[in-house]
Design a protein around this ligand. Structure first.
Ligand SMILES: Cc1cc2nc3c(=O)[nH]c(=O)nc-3n(C[C@H](O)[C@H](O)[C@H](O)COP(=O)(O)O)c2cc1C
Length: 383
C-alpha cells in the first residue's frame, strides 16, 4: 500500500495519467455494504493516488460530521478525497480497535486519509505503523489546525503552528515509519500568519500534501478565510496545496482556485446536508460527466446514507443518533421543514426513519418541488 507514492512524487503521479473515474463505478456502490477486509480495501490504494489530478475536490475532516457513511455519500457524489474525523495519535497505543470503531475505518469502501492529532513524533510513528498494517487508509493527515481550547491546551492541533519544528518532526517520523503519504492540515498561523514558512518546513520534512485553512487559530471560525495566505503558501512550496475555508459552491471554489492557484479545494460546512456540492464541483471544474447524477435525488441520498449506517450499525437507536443531524440538514429548504426537523431528531429505528422519509417525499410532492431539486442544473462544460 502506498508503494507508488513512495517512489513517485505527488506531482509526478498527478501528471502520469488522465483521470480514470474510479469513484463513479456503480459496482462500488452496490446496496450490499458489508464490512470489507483491510486487505481488500488496500488493493484500491495505488490507483487512488494515481487518479488524483488537480483541482482535487475534497471533503474536510469534521469531527461529529464527516463520519464514514457521510464520506461515502460524498464520494458517491463526486468528492475525490476525504479525511477521517481526528483521532489521537497516542490513543492508538491503547488499541487500534478503538480507533477503527471511532472512525468507522473498516466500513468505508473508498480510501481516505486518517487524521491524527498529538504532539509526540513517536506516537505518530507508532500509530502509522499500526494503521499501515491494519487499516484501509490511503495516508496519514496531521492535524495542525484544530483551534479548540481543549486541544491546544495540550499543545495539539493548531498549537503546532507555534511550534512548527515539532510538526516537521512529526512528518519526518511518519515518513520514516511507513511508505504512507503524509499530508498536513494547517491554519494560516497562530495569532499571526506564518503558514508559508511552516509549509516550507513541512515540505522539507517530507510532507506530500498540505491543506491550509485560511484563518489563524485566534480567528477560529470568525471573519473570512484569507485567500492571500493560501496563495502565498501555494507559492512557497512545490508540493500540492489544497485551499480550505468558506468554499460552499462552484462560485466560491472558482474564486479560491483562480486567486490562490491551489491544487484543490476542501469543503467543510458547505457540505453539511449538501453532498451535492461535490456533484456541482465535479461537473463544472472537471467535467464529471461520468457521474451518474440522476440516481442521487434528495430521497435517494438520504435513503442510501441511512442504509450505509444501518448496514454497519444495525437497526438500533445508537445508529440513528449520529444520523439525526444529517437528516435535519438534508431537509433544510423544504417547505414544512420545521416539523420534519423536529421529527428527524426523534428517529431511533428503521421503521421511524421510513415513516419520516415518506413524509419528506410527501412534502416534496405537495409543494411541487421536484425530488431532484438539489441536483445542480446541467452546467457549463469543464474548465
Ligand atoms: C463541526 C466541525 C468539526 C471539525 N473537525 C475537524 C477535525 O476533526 N479536524 C480538522 O482538521 N478540522 C476540523 N474542522 C475544520 C474543518 O475541517 C475546516 O477546516 C473548517 O470548517 C473550514 O472549512 P469550511 O469553511 O469549508 O467549513 C471541523 C470543522 C467543523 C465545522
Amino acid at each position: 500500500m502506498g508503494r507508488r507514492s513512495q517512489t513517485l512524487s505527488w506531482r509526478q503521479f498527478q501528471n502520469k495519467r488522465t483521470v480514470v473515474d474510479l469513484f463513479t463505478e456503480r459496482s462500488v456502490y452496490s446496496s450490499e455494504v458489508a464490512p470489507r477486509e483491510c486487505a481488500d480495501a488496500q488493493r484500491l490504494l495505488p490507483d487512488w493516488a494515481q487518479d488524483l489530478k488537480p483541482p482535487i475536490i475534497s471533503l474536510a475532516p469534521m469531527d461529529g460530521v464527516a463520519d464514514w457513511a457521510f464520506r461515502e455519500m460524498c464520494y458517491a457524489l463526486g468528492a475525490e478525497l476525504t479525511v477521517s474525523e481526528f483521532a489521537p495519535a497516542a490513543g492508538i497505543k491503547a488499541g487500534v480497535r478503538k480507533i477503527i470503531e471511532a472512525i468507522g475505518a473498516r466500513h468505508g469502501k473508498k480510501p481516505f486519509l486518517i487524521q491524527l492529532y498529538g504532539k509526540h513524533p513517536a506516537d505518530f510513528a507508532h500509530a502509522a505503523r499500526v494503521i499501515h498494517n491494519s487499516l484501509p487508509c490511503a495516508g496519514i493527515d496531521v492535524n495542525m489546525g484544530c483551534p479548540s481550547d481543549k486541544v491546544v491546551a495540550h499543545s495539539h492541533g493548531s498549537a503546532l503552528m507555534r511550534e512548527p519544528e515539532v510538526g516537521a518532526e512529526i512528518v519526518a517520523a511518519l515518513r520514516a515509519a511507513t511508505p504512507l503519504p503524509v499530508s498536513v492540515k494547517m491554519r494560516a498561523g497562530w495569532d499571526s500568519v506564518n503558514a508559508p514558512e511552516v509549509a516550507q518546513l513541512l515540505e522539507r520534512a517530507g510532507a506530500t500534501l498540505l491543506t491550509i485553512h485560511g484563518r489563524t487559530q485566534r480567528q477560529r471560525f470568525t471573519g473570512t478565510a484569507s485567500l492571500e495566505v493560501i496563495r502565498l503558501t501555494r507559492e512557497a512550496v512545490s508540493i500540492p496545496v489544497i485551499g480550505n475555508g468558506d468554499v460552499k459552491d462552484v462560485e466560491s471554489a472558482r474564486a479560491m482556485l483562480d486567486y490562490t492557484k491551489a491544487d484543490g479545494v476542501m469543503v467543510g460546512r458547505g457540505a453539511e446536508g449538501n453532498p451535492w456540492v461535490f456533484l456541482a464541483l465535479r461537473r463544472t471544474l472537471k467535467g464529471g460527466s461520468l457521474l451518474d447524477a440522476g440516481r442521487w435525488s434528495l430521497i435517494e441520498v438520504v435513503r442510501e446514507h441511512a442504509h450505509l449506517a444501518i448496514s454497519a450499525g444495525g437497526d438500533r437507536r445508537e445508529t440513528f443518533l449520529p444520523l439525526r443531524k444529517h437528516f435535519v440538514w438534508y431537509v433544510r429548504g423544504i417547505p414544512g421543514k420545521d416539523q420534519l426537523r423536529v421529527r428527524a431528531q426523534q428517529i431511533s429505528s428503521l421503521a421511524q426513519f421510513r415513516e419520516w422519509l415518506d413524509s419528506v417525499e410527501t412534502a416534496l410532492r405537495n409543494t411541487g418541488l421536484p425530488d431532484s431539486a438539489r441536483e445542480p442544473a446541467a452546467e457549463e462544460p469543464a474548465a
